[in-house]
Design a protein around this ligand. Structure first.
Ligand SMILES: Cc1cc2nc3c(=O)[nH]c(=O)nc-3n(C[C@H](O)[C@H](O)[C@H](O)COP(=O)(O)O)c2cc1C
Length: 368
């Protein structure tokens, strides 16, 4: 199977031009009011022009109180429609499929963006990471409102011209916080045993699908494990994906730093987690893979394993033309982000480029 074969999604029936997807990447480059900036539009358009058949945007907050990053963009309100339209039309102008990632940060909010003394989450349990505040527990009414916010944001994405949304259920943010036994210690219908921790993600996925109908792409991103104790185990995740397979989703997206990795909770196990998820899904929903993929061989491995789609993140920052160059058999692919003027050379907004340069080891930087 080729990376350049089209793929038709099972529910929406939308055909993706190829198997290569731009992974969602936050840019810290919106306006303080949550509108997109020209630099972000240019980032997206350049990757679409470079041959990514599908472009997933940066995480976009569905509720201002769920904003997690400085200058994150939002889809929480109709005053964001023009901003959303700019992103969707730039991606679609190059023939790519445009997917908005819808997000709430929950307890993983940068304290600098908060309007209240504390963020809100499933329970009042702080993350075991430096730099984050102890959240307050959401009321049951707030939990229901937050599901409605995701559904409304998905509808807004459709109005703005997007082809679909990706529900951000991964990377420790609010949806994952409800599924996690670390962050969810509730004893009402939204927490407790595994069954009740599943309720928020599953209700939310169904609410989003119901809001947009069947002709719109709805995907769901999840992280298969947490390192904390208690924390999400891979066995929990197999139950989650089994349930998500019944939610009329177009794809599931397994969020991994390294696609080929085994369990981080059980270092003895060497089997790729992704292959176990593919086995569990048994063809009911396609899987999108991601994580450390830089070469053609690495990109083809998930397809050989039975995944349908492959997302590239960091490599697409330094090589926006990765798909077109690979398709043309070219070997002049850039191998790292230039240490100087990388924002101009690679079409990246300046605040993103500066964050990358300041955070050593995150994204490869070329030796000067
Ligand atoms: C600068 C940057 C920003 C990111 N922002 C997001 C985001 O908004 N939403 C998300 O789900 N993942 C985000 N990620 C994770 C990527 O989508 C991807 O899963 C991760 O980088 C691993 O893939 P890669 O090795 O191809 O980069 C981000 C990664 C980077 C490098």
């Amino acid at each position: 199977m080729s990376l350049f074969e089209p793929y038709t999604l099972p529910v929406s029936g939308v055909t993706l031009p190829n198997r290569l997807v731009l992974a969602p990447m936050t840019t810290y480059s919106g306006t303080p009011e949550g509108q997109i900036s020209p630099g972000e539009v240019a980032l997206l358009q350049r990757r679409a022009a470079g041959g990514f058949g599908t472009v997933i945007t940066a995480a976009c907050y569905v509720d201002r109180d769920g904003q997690a990053f400085i200058n994150q963009w939002g889809c929480d309100n109709d005053d964001k429609l023009d901003s959303l339209r700019k992103a969707a039309s730039a991606i679609k102008a190059e023939g790519a499929i445009a997917i908005l990632q819808i997000h709430d940060g929950g307890r993983m909010a940068d304290p600098k963006v908060l309007r209240e003394p504390a963020p809100r989450s499933a329970s009042a349990i702080a993350a075991e990471r430096q730099g984050y505040l102890e959240p307050r527990a959401m009321t049951a009414a707030e939990v229901e409102k937050s599901i409605a916010d995701f559904a409304a944001a998905a509808k807004r994405a459709a109005v703005a011209g997007f082809d679909g949304v990706e529900i951000h259920g991964a990377n420790t943010y609010l949806i994952q916080q409800f599924f996690s036994p670390h962050s969810n210690r509730r004893d009402d219908e939204w927490g407790g045993d595994l069954e009740r921790r599943l309720r928020y993600p599953i209700t939310l996925a169904k609410a989003v699908r119901a809001a947009v109908g069947d002709q719109f792409i709805v995907g769901y991103r999840f992280s298969p494990e947490e390192i904390e104790n208690p924390g999400i185990t891979f066995d929990d995740t197999l139950v989650l994906v089994d349930r998500l397979a019944d939610c009329r989703l177009d794809y599931l997206h397994i969020s991994l730093g390294n696609y080929a990795a085994g369990s981080m909770r059980d270092p003895q196990s060497t089997q790729r987690l992704s292959t176990l998820v593919i086995e569990k899904l048994a063809g009911r929903v396609p899987l999108m893979a991601v994580g450390g993929i830089e070469t053609v061989e690495q990109a083809e491995l998930p397809l050989q394993d039975g995944a349908e789609l492959v997302a590239l993140g960091r490599v697409a920052l330094w090589e926006p033309d990765w798909p077109n160059k690979v398709k043309a058999g070219r070997t002049d692919l850039r191998q790292a982000l230039p240490a100087k003027d990388g924002d101009i050379i690679c079409t990246l907004p300046r605040p993103l480029y500066e964050s990358i340069i300041q955070r050593a080891g995150w994204v490869k930087i070329a030796a000067e």
